[in-house]
Design a protein around this ligand. Structure first.
Ligand code: NDP
Length: 320
């Protein structure tokens, strides 16, 4: 039988929330064990320049920032491990988690910082070329390089879409942006950046009907104006999707209170979930701010809440 490991503090996820929780938990002698998950470093590893994280006056790349956060967490003794938590059981007095379906961990406290994942439109043609690796992507920074000098289409109208369109415009010959309403959701400054870029064409009231291809790679996109009903084809070799994210919380749904879109519900003003000893930080509970700095802030809160919870449990045990 596989052995069971007992830890004081298990941190699930390795974005700014998880690493900040780790820095605080390690400095509080909680000997945190952090599992990095499917995407070590989290969503910021797919971001190019981070210009709004305090303390970096000249900006920093997402991957660099995540390595610095990891090094800082390790410096205070965090045990950072590869691995993916696939199952949990929060029914008993001890919080159980399974890593890669095998290793079983019993944790006094758990900090969930599993973040969120990019959404896709769900069209069969989109999924087909996504699976083939044939020209569909939800990460311009990861994949834009492959479309240098080519024409691409990008869907979305939020800050991510604006940021990705601008990024792609520096690599590609032309970027066509599909905005489903007659206006953007993105902030004014991001909108201005997109609108002032010569090789970005914005099509408002426009939705994707089908991603076109030759069976191997994308060759274009069929779009429809939702006001006039008229369809037309756009020639493109890349189709980028930037329409938001889904929280990575499926494994917790049988134990934690989630809202209708799957975000973990925390007790207002704290990182506490409905299960004592289980705390949440970062985008797994935040559909409003979703920033690296807010994720880091809630990571700090989760570690402090976990420390206080442990202290209370330990003093109760001593009193008995
Ligand atoms: P958002 O949820 O803000 O925006 C999603 C966009 O995708 C919306 O414009 C939405 O359209 C559109 N959309 C959703 N579904 C579809 C669909 N099926 N077809 C077509 N369009 C669709 O997500 P973001 O990822 O852009 O941003 C998330 C958060 O992160 C925000 O708070 C944002 O401010 C922040 N952010 C900040 C950045 C920065 O400051 N540097 C960079 C990136 C993100 P509609 O508007 O019609 O609903």
């Amino acid at each position: 039988m596989a052995s069971i490991e007992r830890v004081k503090c298990l941190i699930i996820g390795s974005g700014p929330a998880g690493y900040t929780a780790a820095i605080y938990a390690a400095r509080a002698n909680m000997f945190p064990v952090l599992y990095q998950g499917m995407q070590p470093g989290g969503q910021l590893t797919t971001t190019n320049d981070v210009e709004n994280f305090p303390g970096y006056p000249d900006g920093v790349t997402g991957p660099e920032m995540m390595i610095e956060l990891m090094d800082q967490a390790k410096r205070f003794g965090t045990d950072v491990r590869d691995g993916w938590v696939t199952k949990v059981d929060f029914t008993g007095p001890v919080h159980k988690a399974w890593v890669n379906e095998t290793t079983e961990i019993h944790a006094d406290t758990i900090v969930i910082s599993t973040g969120a994942t990019a959404k896709y439109l769900g069209l069969p043609s989109e999924q087909k070329y996504l699976e083939l690796g044939g020209g569909v992507s939800a990460c311009a920074v990861c994949d834009g390089f492959f479309y240098r000098g080519q024409e691409v289409v990008l869907v979305g109208a939020g800050d991510s879409a604006a940021e990705e369109a601008h990024y792609l415009s520096k690599l590609c010959k032309k970027v066509t942006m599909l905005v489903r309403r007659d206006e953007f959701r993105a902030s004014k400054i991001m909108q201005a950046r997109v609108k002032n870029t010569e090789n970005i064409e914005i099509l408002y009231n426009t939705e994707t009907e089908e991603v076109l291809g030759d069976g191997q790679v994308v060759t274009g996109v069929r779009v429809k104006n939702n006001q006039t009903g008229a369809s037309h084809d756009i020639v493109a070799t890349g189709f980028f999707v930037a329409i938001g994210h889904k929280p990575n919380t499926d494994i917790f749904k049988d134990f934690l209170n989630l809202d209708e879109t799957g975000y973990i519900i925390n007790e207002p003003g704290t990182s506490r979930t409905n299960v004592p000893g289980v705390f949440v930080s970062g985008d797994a509970a935040d559909h409003v701010y979703r920033q690296a700095v807010t994720a880091a802030g809630t990571g700090c809160m989760a570690a402090l809440d976990a420390e206080r919870y442990l202290a209370a449990v330990e003093s109760e045990t001593m009193a008995v």
